[in-house]
Design a protein around this ligand. Sequence first.
Ligand code: NAG
Ligand code: NAG
Ligand code: NAG
Ligand code: CU
Length: 236
Amino acid sequence: MFSFASTLALLPLLAVASPQYNYGPAPGPSATTSTQAAAAAPSAPPSTSGQIDVGAGGNFVFSPANVTASNGTLVTFFFPDGGIPHSVTQGDFSNPCQPIAAQGGQNGFDSGLQMGTQFTLNVTNDQIPIYFFCKAPTHCGLGMVGSINAPSSGNTFDSWMQAALKVGSSEKTLQDNGPQTGGIGAVATAPPSASSAAASGSSSSGSSGSSGAMALTASSAVAAVFGLAVAMTLLA
Ligand SMILES: *[C@@H]1O[C@H](CO)[C@@H](O)[C@H](O)[C@H]1NC(C)=O
Ligand SMILES: *[C@@H]1O[C@H](CO)[C@@H](O)[C@H](O)[C@H]1NC(C)=O
Ligand SMILES: *[C@@H]1O[C@H](CO)[C@@H](O)[C@H](O)[C@H]1NC(C)=O
Ligand SMILES: [Cu+2]
């Protein structure tokens, strides 16, 4: 008979070994505990109809990181006002952690490195996936990436994240050329402006996406319970 004590001993192992999605925080020593995530969670006002708000920063995440937005929807990124600058830079699925090449004379959007500002995109073609990343050194390779209208198979948000994590520490340091308006599939019509969210405290967004530290923590708990159930079934 399988003892309760040895089941308990297995728990941490099972939690680590169980499959779980990694929508927001990068794996690794810097992003696995909820206390760290809570201390640095990116914040943005709640989203409303036609307006999606994304926290851009904190523990190297966009929150929510995978959003769905139809034509004319505004997606506003809020950069935290402290310490580490971040960017929202349009990327290319086939070339992670590098700015997308211009298409037909149109460059990708790029907020440039920012702190305490907000940057808004207007979705102009909801039929194409839009991928973005943070160009601050090492952030993309740590998984600071996001998508708008990524497909549910093929070039998904998950595979975009995995591609960035694969670049990892070999990420090339990018030059910051300041804000670039325009964009492909979503356009910035203005450079970043002073953030209206600065005074709103630390309310954490994430209502319209499956990303963020809380989702990760919850999925870890589910994975641990699931792992225990599987182990007891196998060992019974
Ligand atoms: C977003 O872009 C569409 C199409 O170009 C335009 O009609 C709309 O006015 C824009 N929305 C805002 C708030 O600028
Ligand atoms: C959104 O706009 C693009 C570009 O004009 C167009 O190709 C696409 O069909 C529009 N999407 C919908 C749902 O109408
Ligand atoms: C990301 O959002 C798209 C819709 O924009 C959805 O089809 C896809 O399943 C989402 N992916 C994840 C991993 O949540
Ligand atoms: Cu960043």
